[in-house]
Design a protein around this ligand. Structure first.
Ligand code: NAX
Length: 326
């Protein structure tokens, strides 16, 4: 058995936390031979609820759970953390503009970025799930100047998985028959789920579906899936979001399958002409605990237009919080 690693999770008493923590503790994220110490962060009013979640984690008697603690102080929760999942965020309240939401979260994520800069492991892997996820990751990154900027990522894996499910349904195949699908850009309604390089059961996906379905059904369904779930369930996606967070961290750490790639929002290095520095979702391959952008994919005008629209939104989000960035 390996030595335990430390996994910090914020928003631990929330909906996603309630699904996520049990999956991490059971070994789904880092493998069946990797013990984990969970370090939970919540706001003071949620500390009682966190105690309840911890009681349930104890009651699962997970063989891989090597330690469990909770705090309302980021510097305690992030101490020596090897993995940090930033799930807790301020939800949009009544009458709140997008700009207010960005600013409210900028306050949270700058404090948390500073804390991880001070106390986290030097090769920590950080995933922002709380919305606006991409820009929250950027804010944390900019407040953690002593950490490698590439430690900071945001989650578009749920969008990627949603796109896989839609394409599998349409083509009468299984998600495991599909490779090389990409979600570009922001985790928002401007994201661009792209099947132009996707392969379904060995055939080009674009030969199996028509352009009208792509434009009128597939892209808007994936973009609006979060809203459709809120409408149906009365609450936002939680178990599927937790599952996507597990997938993101697992593939980053243990590697992507041979012949395939996944979508991760990572600091842009200018690949595909995307503005450098923003946290933009690209097709990536992971191995040895590192991710690399898949290069040299052909980009047609249809894709370029959509990749640019979602890039533009991220540039605007960055500009809206610029005055709060160090
Ligand atoms: P909940 O409101 O159920 O839980 C959020 C928890 O975070 C609460 O318990 C709250 O007390 C805590 N929290 C708030 N501020 C905190 C802080 N400063 N430090 C520590 N904890 C704090 O929301 P939930 O449904 O779990 O969703 C969490 C976040 O994920 C939301 O921002 C949501 O928008 C976002 N999502 C992101 C997705 C993605 O694909 N990137 C998809 C699902 C989800 O909508």
């Amino acid at each position: 058995m390996k030595a335990p690693v430390r996994v910090a999770v914020t928003g631990a008493a929330g909906q996603i936390g309630y699904s996520l923590l049990f999956r991490i503790a059971s070994g789904d994220m880092l493998g069946p031979d990797q013990p984990v110490i969970l370090q939970l962060l919540e706001v003071p009013p949620a500390m009682d609820a966190v105690q309840g979640v911890m009681m349930e984690l104890d009651d699962c008697a997970f063989p891989l759970l090597a330690g469990l603690q909770a705090s309302d102080q980021a510097e305690e929760a992030f101490k020596d953390a090897d993995y940090i999942l930033l799930v807790g965020a301020k939800p949009r309240g009544p009458g709140m503009e997008r700009k207010d939401l960005l600013e409210a979260n900028a306050a949270i994520f700058s404090v948390q970025g500073k804390a991880m800069n001070a106390v986290a492991s030097r090769d920590v892997r950080v995933l922002a799930v709380g919305n606006p996820a991409n820009t929250n990751a950027l804010i944390a990154q900019r407040n953690a100047p002593d950490l490698d900027p590439r430690c900071f990522t945001a989650m578009t894996r749920l969008d990627h998985n949603r796109a896989l499910a839609q394409l599998a349904n349409r083509t009468g195949t299984h998600v495991t028959d599909i490779q090389k699908l990409t979600v570009w850009g922001n985790h928002s309604a401007t994201q661009y789920p792209d099947i132009s390089h996707a392969v379904v059961d060995g055939k080009a996906a674009s030969d199996l579906v028509d352009q009208a379905w792509l434009e009128e059904s597939f892209i808007p369904t994936v973009q609006q899936r979060g809203a459709a779930i809120i409408k149906a369930r009365g609450q936002s996606s939680a178990a599927s979001a937790a599952s996507a967070a597990i997938d993101h961290m697992r593939d980053w750490t243990l590697g992507t399958p041979e012949g395939d790639w996944v979508s991760m929002a990572i600091p842009s290095d200018g690949s595909y002409g995307i503005a450098e520095g923003i946290i933009y979702s690209f097709p990536v391959r992971c191995s040895g605990g590192r991710y690399e952008i898949v290069q040299d994919l052909s980009i047609d005008d249809f894709s370029r237009e959509r990749m640019s629209a979602t890039e533009q939104e991220l540039v605007e989000e960055r500009d809206a919080v610029q005055h709060l960035l160090p």
